[in-house]
Design a protein around this ligand. Sequence first.
Ligand code: ZN
Length: 376
Amino acid sequence: MSILGKTKFLQSLIQGLKTNRKIVIIESDDWGSERIPDNKTRESLAAVGIDMSTNPHAKFDTLERLEDLEALENLLISFKNEFNKKVRITTNFITGNPDYSKIEKSNFKEYRYEPFSVTYEKRDGHTLVFDKLKSLVSQGFLQPQFHGREHINAQFWLEALQNKNYNYLKAFKLGCYGIDAPSKEEHRKNLMAAFEYENTKQKEFIATSIQEGMQLFEKAFGFQSSTIIAPRYVWNSSLENEFKKSGIKHIQTTFYQQEPIKDAYINKYHYTGQISKDSGLHYLVRNVFFEPAYSNDFDWVNQAFNKVKLAFQFHTPAIISMHRINFVGGLDKSNREDSLNQLQKLLKKIIETYPNVEFLSSDDLGKLIESRHVRN
Ligand SMILES: [Zn+2]
């Protein structure tokens, strides 16, 4: 991290919401979205020259399977039994995946999608993943929130496909969008920043995607999401009013937002409880990074534990970022096993050091912030 980054990170801890409660929130992005469907697809993409080994998302990231949810459930039940702690994970959902055949039929002119529950069913031929998900939600282990209707920047993607971009077309034929491909825009190594736009028409498309995505969310889970996390932390502040219109009250983010300007992003720094000048929404800011799938020669457990400790020293909630990639074994079973094993160690260390720790979800934290503002 740069010196500026470190200073801003500390500033976000200093200014962040104050509480004497020991609150831990685990935020996990990308649930519901397909990345690399299977190893056969991964090998075919590598065979046409697409880099499938540098980015860990190209190596390990795939739509969650039943065995992934079962392994997670076992871990969470063991904490309930051993420590009487209900560990809650905020699972941020992408509520749709591209409908490849409909997009192709439109000659890449129209973006079409299917609800994420349909993607599970198409792959598995049954609804057990969605059923298990709903059961984990009703038991209070998982709390879904909203990440976007799609993770791909649909408009930039269609443009690349219409221009017959070699890599994106090859990937499209294999039912895949989440690749890293060389581009003339240097700040974009892939097209995963779904909320980025370059003109008013594109902005309207994104506003509609947020409204529809939120409706899909409510239909899937039976309640409205009160928080959002922008894909890759990229959003223009003026989009926050669209979040608000669709029912969002709080914005999850890392300690900086990447605001797109022409050919670059600028960082806007935030802290938990901060009220946005643009929309009046609150920011909920991550201050712990626990992503074992990103690298295996790094001490994730102690690094993350020290950040939790630091957050508590500043009397602010510890908000842990841990993407879906860490929970899935569909491409490589050892990826899931290794990450869950490290998660178990981290949680144990936190619970043993802070026996009164409380695991909340992001929307719970949002409610806590709202109640403070009402009182003030
Ligand atoms: Zn994401």
